[in-house]
Design a binder for this molecule. Structure first.
Ligand code: ZN
Length: 479
C-alpha cells in the first residue's frame, strides 16, 4: 500500500507537465502515472485537482543563526533567526531544503581564528540545525582570508564527506581571499570535484568608492549602489571566470546583481565554461531608487540593489537561461536591527525572504510573464539541486527521488502581510505585494509539513544532506 497518493495535480516532472498521480512510499516517490491508475487504498489520498505540483523548493543561499556584526546591529551579540524559525518560514513558503553555510562569516573580533578542521566546523553547524529544522539542510563551506595550506589540504576530505561547495568572497575585510590563495583553492576544489560559490566584487573599487563617498560626505545608505557598483561586478566576475578557466573549476556566482554580471556569465557559458548564476528575489523587484524611500535600506542585501536595467537583465536572465537559480540570501533580524545603520559602512545586509521567494517568483514569472512551469521548477529547485550536488535525490518529481513536493494554487490571490509570515521578525519588505499563485501544501520526504496555513511538521524532521556534484555539471554548463 502507498503511504501517500497525490491525485490529479498538474505535475511538473523532468519530462513533461500534465495531470498525473504521484505515489509515495517510505519518503520516496515510487510512481508518477496517468490519473486513476494507482491503487486508491493509500495511507492518505490528497486531491490535487487544479493545483500545480512542483519539486520542493531549494533555498541555495541562507544565513541562519549567525552573529550579526556589531557595526550593522549597533550592539553586540545579535544573531540572525534560529533554524526553527527560518525553516518554519521556509516550509510555509514551499521550501523543503535549505543550503546554509559553515565556517566563519563574521568571527567576533575577540575570537581567534578557528583551529578546528573543516569537518569539525561542519559538525558544529550540524549541531545547530539537528533537531531544530523543519526542512532538510546542507552547508556551503566558507573559506575566508589568507586560507592556510593546511586548510586547503582538507578540501579533498570535505568533498568526500559530502561538502560539495566552497564559498569565497573577493571583498570585505577579514573575508576577502587574495587571488593567489584563490588560485590554490580553485585548483584544489576542481581537483576533488567540488564547485566554487563566489561572492564577486572588486575590492579595489569597493574600497576606493567607500573612501571617496566618505570624504565627500555622501556616505548615506541610499548610495550603497555607488560603492558596490556595476563596474565592480564586471571586473570581479570576469577575473573569477578567468581564474576558473585556468583551474578548470566550476563556479556558482551567488547574487548576480548587475547587467554586467549577467553578460559575463552568458559569455562564459557561450564558451562552454561551467559557470552558473543566482539572483535574489529582492533584486527582481526593487531598484536603488527605492533606497531613498522612508526606511528604504530595509530592501538592501550586499552587494547592492542597482538600476532598473539591471533588474530587467536579472529577470531576463532567469527567463532566458543565462541565470540558473533564485535565492534569498536569507538573513533575518528585527526591524530595529535591520535599520540600525544608515551609512554605506553600517547598513545591515539581508532580509527575511525565505518564505516569499517562491510566491514572488511564481507571480513575477509564471503569472505575469508566462514562464513555462518546467523552467519555474528549474529556477526554484532543480537547478540548485544539480549545480550544488543534490540531484536527483532532490529537485525532481521522479521515481526514486525524495518525496519533497510543493502544491501551488495558481488561482489563489493573496496580498502579502506580515501577519501571514512565519519568520522571527517584525517587518517585511514584501508587505502589500500582490501574489497570483501561492503555496498551499509542502511535503518533506512524504510527510505533509504545511497544509492550508497550518504547520504539521516537527523541527526534528530536517536532516543534513550529503552532496556530490556530478561531473557533467563541472564540465560544461548543463543547466
Ligand atoms: Zn550571503
Amino acid at each position: 500500500m502507498l503511504d501517500l497518493l497525490i491525485r490529479a495535480g498538474i505535475v511538473v516532472t523532468p519530462e513533461a507537465v500534465g495531470e498525473r498521480d504521484v505515489g509515495v512510499q517510505d519518503g520516496k516517490i515510487v510512481a508518477v502515472t496517468s490519473p486513476g491508475t494507482l491503487p486508491a487504498d493509500a495511507g492518505r489520498v490528497i486531491d490535487a485537482h487544479g493545483k500545480i505540483v512542483l519539486p520542493g523548493g531549494i533555498e541555495p543561499h541562507a544565513h541562519i543563526a549567525i552573529p550579526v556584526p556589531e557595526a550593522w546591529a549597533g550592539r553586540p551579540e545579535v544573531m540572525t533567526q534560529p533554524p526553527e524559525a527560518a525553516s518554519r518560514a521556509a516550509a510555509f513558503g514551499g521550501v523543503t531544503t535549505i543550503i546554509d553555510f559553515a565556517g566563519n562569516l563574521n568571527p567576533p573580533p575577540s575570537v581567534s581564528p578557528s583551529q578546528e578542521s573543516i569537518m569539525q566546523v561542519v559538525e558544529g553547524r550540524r549541531n545547530v540545525f539537528r533537531g531544530h529544522a523543519y526542512t532538510d539542510f546542507a552547508f556551503h563551506y566558507i573559506l575566508a582570508g589568507q586560507v592556510t595550506p593546511e586548510v586547503i589540504g582538507q578540501i579533498g576530505e570535505a568533498v568526500q564527506e559530502g561538502i560539495a561547495s566552497f564559498k569565497i568572497f573577493t571583498t570585505f575585510p577579514g573575508l576577502r581571499v587574495p587571488y593567489g590563495h584563490l588560485w590554490a583553492i580553485f585548483d584544489e576544489v576542481a581537483k576533488h570535484g567540488g564547485i566554487m560559490a563566489v561572492h564577486a566584487e572588486d575590492d579595489d573599487i569597493v574600497t576606493y568608492m567607500t573612501d571617496k563617498l566618505t570624504r565627500e560626505r555622501r556616505d548615506q545608505g541610499y548610495n550603497l549602489h555607488l560603492v558596490h557598483n556595476n563596474l565592480s561586478e564586471d571586473l570581479a566576475f570576469r577575473k573569477v571566470i578567468r581564474l576558473a578557466r585556468y583551474t578548470e573549476a566550476g563556479v556558482y556566482f551567488v547574487h548576480t546583481t548587475a547587467k554586467e554580471g549577467v553578460a559575463a556569465i552568458a559569455e562564459a557559458r557561450d564558451q562552454h565554461l561551467p559557470v552558473y548564476g543566482e539572483a535574489l528575489h529582492n533584486y527582481l523587484q526593487f531598484t536603488c531608487e527605492d533606497y531613498k524611500k522612508p526606511d528604504g535600506t530595509a530592501i538592501h542585501t550586499y552587494p547592492a540593489i542597482k538600476f532598473a536595467d539591471d533588474r530587467d537583465a536579472l529577470q531576463a536572465g532567469l527567463m532566458g537561461g543565462d541565470l540558473c537559480t533564485t535565492a534569498t540570501d536569507e538573513y533575518t533580524t528585527y526591524k530595529n536591527i535591520k535599520l540600525s545603520g544608515d551609512t554605506i559602512h553600517t547598513v545591515c545586509g539581508g532580509h527575511n525572504g525565505i518564505e516569499t521567494r517562491i510566491p514572488v517568483a511564481f507571480t513575477k514569472f509564471v503569472s505575469q510573464q508566462g514562464m513555462p512551469l518546467q523552467r519555474f521548477a528549474a529556477i526554484t529547485s532543480t537547478n540548485a539541486a544539480k549545480i550544488l550536488g543534490l540531484y536527483p535525490q532532490k529537485g525532481a518529481i521522479a521515481p526514486g527521488s525524495d518525496a519533497d513536493l510543493v502544491l501551488i494554487d495558481p488561482h489563489l490571490r493573496k496580498k502579502i502581510t506580515l501577519a501571514d509570515l512565519h519568520a522571527d521578525s517584525d517587518y517585511s519588505i514584501w508587505e502589500g505585494f500582490s501574489c497570483q499563485g501561492y503555496p498551499v501544501m509542502t511535503i518533506l520526504r512524504g510527510k505533509v509539513i504545511v497544509e492550508d496555513g497550518k504547520l504539521l511538521g516537527s523541527s526534528a524532521d530536517g536532516r543534513w544532506l550529503k552532496r556530490k556534484v556530478s561531473s557533467d555539471v563541472l564540465a560544461r554548463p548543463v543547466v
